[in-house]
Design a protein around this ligand. Structure first.
Ligand SMILES: [Zn+2]
Length: 343
């Protein structure tokens, strides 16, 4: 439902939207059609309904002035609202695709859309992507993943858009780790230094590195709004399980997790957790099992943004031709983990 478009139509008494929806005013319990000339209500008192029956079921009465019942939506408005819907749900749909879908010439569609909505279909899609991006970031996801989920193609374009529209960079916008309490410890293992961190709910970071200080810095940067302290007592059990896993003695690493992630990352990570010990799949396989074989790059990004090495076994995802591709904690470690697992 296009509430902003609807609200704009109400503000403009736009009769072209009569029949597309009615708006109901909570303070007066009356509903109107978009073109009603009664005084403009406050935005926070207004709700929209796609038909008048629904407004009545919610206890609103028809306005006597504008008689909002039984309006029929105009063909053009109907088409344009359908375009809005397609632009929102179909990622990166082109004007040509739209015109084919709706059996209209691209030029005609473009003109009609701009006339009724006020911006071009391209601009509208861009605005929608930004909104989606903002919502993803607010829900705690990483910038890159939010970017893929919102359908942006390249990060440069994203930054252009965001700094222009939000007045700040995506990193300023994210509030990672806010209200979280984390404790962590660093220990030695066969692959160098191992950092494990947890919240009250579960493990939030498992990372390998060469330098203890770098590992700490990364943790603090990743959850920079969290309260973080070094404390190992309630991590012993987890560390033991992880070290045993590295030695090949504990093949299922089923630790409780507390991860901040976007819906898409979560879906990818769920798939990764199902890859059995000692086996590998390709990024394309993961994309396909998510029902979107074109999402290979987004899958690779989600793997690269894994916070918990081994627990979410992103090391078991490799390139289609068998090359190891990347690993957040170093390709050499990925190689050694996989060799250990195959033994
Ligand atoms: Zn009215």
């Amino acid at each position: 439902m296009e509430t902003e478009i609807y609200w704009k139509a109400v503000r403009n008494n736009d009769a072209r939207f009569n029949g597309a929806f009615v708006y109901a005013v909570n303070s007066t319990k009356i509903y109107c059609k978009p073109s009603c000339s009664s005084r403009l209500p406050k935005r926070e008192n207004v709700s929209f309904f796609e038909d008048f029956e629904r407004a009545e079921r919610e206890g609103f009465r028809a306005c006597r002035r504008c008689q909002p019942k039984n309006e029929t939506i105009g063909e053009q408005t109907k088409t344009v609202l359908r375009v809005c819907e397609l632009l929102e749900t179909e990622e990166n749909i082109s004007l040509e695709d739209l015109s084919a879908e709706l059996n209209l010439s691209a030029a005609h569609l473009q003109k009609m859309f701009k006339e009724i909505i006020g911006v071009s279909p391209k601009k509208f899609a861009e605005i929608k992507r930004l909104e989606k991006f903002k919502a993803e970031i607010k829900s705690g996801g990483g910038v890159t993943d939010a970017m893929y989920e919102a359908g942006f193609n390249s990060s440069s374009r994203l930054y252009e858009n965001v700094s222009e529209k939000l007045g700040m960079t995506p990193k300023t916008y994210a509030k990672k780790g806010k209200n979280m309490k984390i404790n962590y410890t660093v220990t030695d293992c066969d692959l160098g230094k191992l950092l494990v961190a947890r919240t009250a709910k579960g493990v939030c970071s498992v990372a390998f590195g060469d330098d203890e200080n770098v590992l700490k810095e990364n943790l603090f940067a990743e959850y920079r709004n969290a309260a973080i302290i070094e404390e190992s007592t309630n991590l012993k059990e987890y560390i033991e399980a992880i070290l045993l896993n590295l030695e090949g003695k504990n093949k299922t690493l089923d630790l409780p997790l507390d991860l901040q992630a976007t819906a898409f990352q979560m879906r990818v990570w769920e798939v990764l957790r199902k890859i059995p010990y000692g086996e590998t799949v390709s990024y394309a396989d993961v994309a396909e099992s998510l029902g979107n074989k074109n999402a290979v790059r987004a899958v690779a990004t989600a793997c690269a943004s894994n916070h918990v090495a081994l627990v979410i076994p992103c090391h078991r995802v490799i390139g289609k031709n068998g090359n190891l591709s990347g690993y957040r904690w170093g390709i050499e470690r990925k190689k050694r983990i996989l060799e250990n697992e195959k033994r």
